[in-house]
Design a protein around this ligand. Sequence first.
Ligand SMILES: [Zn+2]
Ligand SMILES: [Zn+2]
Ligand SMILES: [Zn+2]
Length: 261
Amino acid sequence: MFNRAEIIFLGTGTSIGVPVIGCDCEVCTSDDPKNQRLRSSILVKTPEVTVVVDTGPDFRQQCLREGIRDLDAVLFTHSHSDHVMGFDDLRRFTVFEDEQIRIYANGQTIERLEKAFPYVFDGENRYRGYLKVDPQLIEGTFKTGDLDVTPLPVSHGKVETMGFLFSSGGERLFAYIPDAKELSAEAMNRIHGIDLLILDGLQPGHHPTHLSIGEAVELAEQLEVEQTWLTHFSCQVNYAALEPGLPDGIGLAWDGMKIAL
Ligand SMILES: [Zn+2]
Ligand SMILES: [Zn+2]
Ligand SMILES: [Zn+2]
């Protein structure tokens, strides 16, 4: 049980998931469940609300695995396919009560959702069973139930991307930043010294738009975070081989992992 919040890692994989189609590497052929990763997403439950961050292509499977039956809101970090393409499966959370689900995103993500799923937004979508959403543009800290959510602008290639800082009752709970190469000064200031950070750590090797594990470790140390969990892994990440070598206070997350706060 949890007091303030529970975090469930719905997925910890990079955009193509792990195993990767057509890859015979030791991780893609491994039996270790910690080497099998759906696309990155988390569920956050508090005494008042249940929210999901991102709805990638594996969203339906993730909901079934974790027995998710209720959702109050959806937060989007950015519009890359691995974070939005399960959007239509949100329909199951609006069908019974015939109500809209709140979605929070920046302008670019809302625009791209409108292009990819025009029938959800065109005003003609009034059939029972179709997805109905109430889009909320993120412009600063917003409240959903007992959670205060602050966007954390980060750089991640060409698409506008943010992480989120979750607070409750004026206290910082944790931050989630699944896709980033660099954090803005604003993001750094907001999460400096935080107890819990979930951060992009794609793979040991360099990548132009994601933090490598080495870069993520350096950043977590610079930010003086108490506990960091890395996520959004490629198949270069062999859990059993890499986890023991990480510094204290830094770990590799896995699909289905839960954190109670
Ligand atoms: Zn991603
Ligand atoms: Zn592989
Ligand atoms: Zn991305």
